[in-house]
Design a protein around this ligand. Structure first.
Ligand SMILES: [Zn+2]
Length: 364
């Protein structure tokens, strides 16, 4: 089967699990809102700003990659600003053919102008809700939910985990920790994870991106992560020197427990996981049966979309429609959402759309 193109992919339902709200702003929105807040900008032209951010993020390591976030976070400091960014997030997902999306963000970074944590969560809830209404009106419905992030390099506190539990009825699907990974292992935040487990709340953990197997092991075995933010360095527990790949115990555990890997191929290249897409471990991990999901991570920083990500992977590994569908269903199964609703999206939206495209291709 020939690899699928970005244009064809845009028409197909997709599921996005790993997208940072502060990493996906429209360039013009960054300019508008930074101006409002008196936050300095490197350029006042939207195209120039997109290029500047992309170049900053292309440095090959996570720490430099995180720098332009000062700008986007600086643009999201009032309820109206958070709501606008959340609203546009949903519409951009709809334009890209995404039918279910979780967006993550760290409320604690949005208090520069005195916003309360709950107030910030409610602003994002309202922005997502108005975005969903507009997307539905346009005939491209999306379900969008938020994940709350605690910054891993800060002094650990259970505040954001508690906020996640308190706002579970406000479209808050779960929790995550993000930021510099090396030197800040997941176990520092164990109290948060314990609190979430006691309250039957969901969480994923950024692990195995900028640091290797010990980080993944802690996330899964000490903390109880249901999914791994990236987790791409699980490949370090796979021996590929012989006739066939041999999984170490941690890699086998992650695969066999069906722990989703929230891979973000372009972002992973930008932070130095591999030099080219052809060398990205996603092809191997997919072939070995890991629960691979494809994500953007930060659409603005990586100048990408879900369709572009799938197209890049399809071109590098020869993926066809069936492979994209498998990733989409995997992502839907791994969403922090109601089981019956997930099954409904798979059976009513995902499978029929892919079947239709396959049938059309068969007729050519
Ligand atoms: Zn991320």
């Amino acid at each position: 089967m020939s690899p699928v193109t970005s244009a064809a992919l845009r028409q197909l339902p997709k599921v996005s699990l790993h997208d940072h709200l502060d990493g996906g702003l429209r360039p013009q929105t960054v300019i508008d809102l930074c101006r409002e807040n008196g936050h300095p900008l490197p350029t006042k032209d939207a195209e120039g700003l997109q290029e500047w951010i992309f170049q900053q993020c292309d440095a090959g390591n996570l720490v430099d990659y995180l720098k332009p976030f000062e700008l986007t976070v600086g643009a999201m400091q009032t309820p109206e600003q958070l709501a606008r960014v959340a609203h546009e997030f949903v519409l951009d997902m709809a334009l890209d053919g995404v039918v279910y999306a979780e967006t993550r963000w760290a409320p604690e970074l949005h208090q520069q102008r005195g916003l309360g944590l709950s107030e910030a969560v409610l602003a994002v809830r309202d922005g997502l809700a108005s975005g969903m209404s507009e997307a539905a009106r346009l005939g491209t419905p999306v379900v969008a939910r938020q994940l709350l992030v605690s910054m891993r390099h800060r002094e650990p506190t259970v505040t954001i985990a508690q906020l996640t539990v308190d706002h579970r009825d406000d479209g808050v699907a779960g929790f995550d920790i993000a930021g510099a990974e090396e030197g800040f292992p997941p176990s520092r935040h164990r109290e948060s994870f314990e609190l979430l487990k006691r309250n039957n709340a969901h969480f994923t953990i950024h692990a195995g991106e900028a640091f290797g197997l010990p980080s993944i092991w802690e996330a899964v075995q000490l903390c109880g992560a249901e999914r791994l933010g990236h987790g791409v360095r699980i490949v370090e527990d796979i021996d590929v020197t012989g006739d066939r790949p041999v999984l170490g115990p941690l890699a086998a555990y992650v695969r066999d427990r069906r722990i989703a890997l929230e891979l973000a191929p372009t972002s992973n290249l930008q932070t130095g996981i591999a030099a080219t897409m052809a060398e990205h471990p996603i092809g191997l991990l997919f072939d070995l049966g890991f629960r691979v999901t494809v994500n953007c991570d930060n659409r603005l920083m990586s100048r990408t979309t879900m369709s572009d990500e799938f197209a890049a992977v399809a071109a590098a590994f020869g993926w066809g429609i069936d492979d994209v569908e498998r990733c989409t269903i995997s992502a839907m199964h791994s969403a922090f959402w109601d089981h019956q609703e997930r099954e409904r999206i798979i059976s009513e939206l995902v499978r029929p759309a892919y079947r239709l495209v396959r049938d059309e291709m068969g007729e050519l």
